[in-house]
Design a binder for this molecule. Structure first.
Ligand code: SAM
Length: 251
């Protein structure tokens, strides 16, 4: 079957990397695995060997003849855009796996957070450049709103980088397998306010924090900065997560 560009179809064909993904997944038989974008089933076939309930969401109905052969009592395949999934009712621990289309990596992760699935692990293949952004440290240009937003929910680990030749068709860029583990010690905050603060702080990255946060009570923010020996002229990219948490709590 011809791969469809519009669905970001780059099928994994190299067993070395399929094994790296499968081996990095920690599941028990009473867990639920959710696969996003099973494609031609390269990962799905191997996920079935984990002996858990498995639900896969594939947007491309033309893959039905291939994927339907994988359905059994514990494997369900839905031909649906994952971004339109409103609810996944389960009391099981969830592990999410996906070799994601690169253009919707961030919306998919945002959707996972919005669905409140609280997965214990998310193992995803993303464009290497995007992985670098997710894993970025402060004082780098990659560090931004989404780095901090993901960090609030997950501890992130790079499993391996994957070259273009591991896929058919080969993408133009390097890829990276990331493991996102549920963070158990999340700071207690109002997460809607926190998300808005992060978005606003990085609205224009080159601007000073105070110029991005003109709608906030700057005297309170200044107090936190001073307490942490930081200048009033800092940019958001210089601030660690702890400082943003202190700020949102103060506000
Ligand atoms: N998992 C397979 C593999 O590793 O070979 C396929 C990976 S391919 C990069 C991405 C897959 O996600 C494609 O099969 C594509 O049709 C599917 N897809 C794209 N957008 C999707 C969406 N919004 N929801 C569900 N599946 C999607």
């Amino acid at each position: 079957m011809k791969a469809k560009k519009r669905f970001g179809q780059n099928f994994l064909i190299d067993n070395t990397y399929i094994n790296r993904i499968i081996d990095s997944i920690n599941v028990f038989s009473n867990d639920l695995i959710i696969e996003i974008g099973p494609g031609q089933g390269a990962l799905t076939k191997r996920l079935k060997t984990k002996d858990c309930e498995l639900i896969a969401y594939e947007i491309d109905e033309e893959l039905k003849p291939i994927l339907d052969s994988l359905i059994d009592a514990s494997t369900h395949i839905y031909y649906q855009d994952f971004l339109t999934v409103q609810n996944i009712a389960t009391s099981k621990e969830i592990v999410i796996v996906g070799n994601l289309p690169y253009y919707i990596t961030t919306p998919i992760l945002e959707h996972i957070i919005k669905l409140n699935l609280n997965p214990k692990e998310v193992i995803i293949m993303v464009q290497k450049e995007v992985a670098d952004r997710f894993l970025a440290r402060e004082h780098t240009k990659e560090y931004g709103y989404f780095t901090l937003w993901l960090k609030y929910f997950f501890e992130m680990e790079r499993i391996c980088d994957v070259p273009p030749k591991a896929f058919n068709p080969a993408p133009k860029v390097m890829s990276t397998v990331l493991k996102l583990k549920r963070r158990e010690n999340k700071p207690q905050i109002d997460i809607n306010k926190y998300q808005q603060l992060l978005k606003d702080s990085f609205k224009q990255k080159r601007k000073k924090l105070k110029n991005n946060l003109t709608n906030y009570d700057w005297s309170k923010i200044k107090e936190i900065l001073t307490l942490n020996n930081l200048s009033e002229d800092v940019r958001a990219e210089e601030l660690k997560e702890e400082i943003f948490i202190e700020i949102v709590n103060k506000l």
